[in-house]
Write a protein that binds this ligand. Structure first.
Ligand code: PGA
Length: 243
């Protein structure tokens, strides 16, 4: 049986108090049969969680330690305390912009799961790696080194060159990657690896969502720019519900 789809929005460094109305609009219109979440800037998590009780609000990063002297960082239990139910770890903007290693991503996933947060763990290749024919090998190695000992809720395949660019891989390339990642997950976790939701991320829009959701082993999407408004995000959610 196919996994229930998950469409998660990644708001990145966008959103202030006046965005709560948009979050309410999105939460109010979620159809049956699909899971939907919004991963918000930390400053909005508690307000959003209060405004849309029962709707999944998440964070975008978490520290690998449960507590300590880490100025500016957030622990998993603090995110949970604020109302978050999930968190993204290992986004390429963290891996590249903050030099996060696979080992750190793994520690983040472990600490998040220990605090009862669902994890969306991101992996993805650069354009040079894809051009060199090394996409599957690179992403598989990244996955192996980043995965926690217990199966996370979701893994997001996000080619770095597709994020925010309007470009996406061919559907064949998405299918090839998701099938390879499914193989790694099953090899590592057995049956639990079948239940890990494999999301595609990178320039998902209302115009391409249905065809992406039609690819085997695509169990949803991680959506950046198109998750900021109900007008863009809800058609993607509906495409997932109908797929
Ligand atoms: P995008 O971002 O949808 O704006 O390309 C996706 C992401 O970074 O998760």
């Amino acid at each position: 049986m196919a996994n229930r789809k998950l469409v998660a929005g990644n708001w990145k460094m966008h959103g202030t108090a006046d965005s709560i109305a948009e979050i309410v609009r999105i939460a109010a219109a979620v159809p049956a049969g699909v899971d939907v979440a919004l991963c918000l800037p930390a400053t909005l998590i508690e307000r959003a969680a209060r405004a849309v009780p029962g709707f999944a609000i998440g964070g975008q990063d978490v520290h690998g330690e449960a507590k300590g002297a880490f100025t500016g960082d957030l622990a998993a239990h603090q995110l949970h305390d604020a109302g978050a139910r999930l968190v993204i770890v290992g986004h390429s903007e963290r891996r590249d912009g903050h030099r996060e290693s696979d080992g750190q991503v793994r520690a983040k996933a472990i600490s998040a799961m220990a605090a009862a947060l669902d994890v969306i763990l991101c992996v993805g290749e650069s354009f040079a790696e894809r051009e060199a024919g090394r996409a599957v090998a690179t992403v598989s190695a990244q996955l192996d080194a980043s995965l926690p000992p217990a199966a996370p809720d979701a893994v997001a395949y996000e080619p770095i060159w597709a994020i925010g660019t309007g470009r996406i891989p061919s559907l064949e390339d998405i299918g090839e990657m998701h099938s390879a990642l499914r193989g790694r997950l099953v090899a590592l976790y057995g049956e639990a690896g079948v239940a890990v939701r494999l999301l595609y991320g990178g320039s998902v829009k209302p115009s391409n969502a249905a065809e992406i959701f039609g690819v085997a082993d695509v169990d949803g999407a991680l959506v950046g720019g198109a998750s900021l408004t109900a007008a863009d995000f809800l058609p993607i959610v509906v495409a997932a519900a109908n797929s």
